[in-house]
Ligand binder design. Structure first.
Ligand code: KIV
Length: 261
């Protein structure tokens, strides 16, 4: 059972303590993120791109999200586990949205869900919160709207961003992810909202930060956005390990007597 709760995150904001959030999609990496002290682990639908090798997040299904969320929930001892509602699991119908959100808690062990959108999803947020499901909102550059945005573009409409932020907070979201927006706007939203903001490509003034695990660990095999940083190079380490294994097998050096029965 996670010891970080949504109210704990609210207290962290109050105390000016930065919230560390990260994505994870399976048991070993979620265990390591948890052991390293992450406060929040998001099972993001970014798994469509970094795990499944898809072009965008749109094809990811509820079934796939629940499958990965189960692994992460099993691993997290302390961090709050948030399951990401995939495209079309909450946009079409509020009752369906509540049912899908509830499945993350009921069948996958998550403590909360995340959905993308501002003013357009407040009805769904309210209904989920009424059903006892904590909701994290996500505004700004929302990857599920990649086609509507004409690509992954920084969002700069300050009035709209402020309105979206206030409306998701009023609807009952416990936190809001701010993605791909100017730092000055993120700073204003963070100052005006009582709930914690978690930034990704939104500058240093957010109450916390989130990065996609594959980007920060050097496992991103494609495009690295400007806002991310590689804190470790697991791609190089992984290639080194696979190559050393291949060399040892080819040369007959592995397995040695100590590995044989
Ligand atoms: O899907 C995801 O991983 C996300 C984060 C990048 C916020 O939405």
């Amino acid at each position: 059972m996670a010891s970080v709760s949504t109210t704990h995150l609210l207290k962290m904001k109050g105390a000016g303590e930065k919230i560390v959030a990260v994505t994870a999609y399976d048991y070993p990496f979620a265990r390591l993120a948890d052991e390293a002290g992450a406060d929040l682990i998001l099972v993001g639908d970014s798994l469509g791109m970094v795990v499944q090798g898809q072009k965008n997040t749109l094809p990811v299904t509820m079934e796939e999200m629940l499958y990965h969320t189960r692994m992460v929930s099993r691993a997290a001892q302390r961090a709050l586990v948030v399951g990401d509602l995939p495209f079309l699991s909450y946009q079409a119908d509020v009752r369906e949205a509540v049912r899908n959100a509830g499945l993350f808690l009921k069948e996958a062990g998550a403590a909360a869900v995340k959905l993308e959108g501002g003013a357009t999803v407040t009805e769904a947020i309210r209904a989920m919160v009424d059903a006892g499901i904590p909701v994290q909102a996500h505004i700004g550059l929302t990857p599920q709207s990649v086609h509507a945005m004409g690509g992954y573009r920084v969002q700069r409409d300050e009035e709209r961003l402020l309105a979206d932020a206030h409306q998701v907070a009023e609807a009952g979201a416990f936190s809001v992810v701010l993605e791909g927006i100017p730092a000055a706007i993120a700073e204003r939203i963070t100052r005006e909202l009582a709930i914690p903001t978690i930034g990704i490509g939104a500058g240093v003034h957010c109450d916390g930060q989130i990065l996609v695990m594959h980007d920060l660990l050097g496992l991103n095999l494609g495009y690295m956005p400007k806002f991310t940083r590689m804190f470790a190079d697991l791609k190089a380490e992984t290639l080194k390990g696979f190559r050393a294994y291949g060399d040892a097998v080819r040369s007959g050096e592995f397995p040695g007597p100590e590995h044989s029965y």
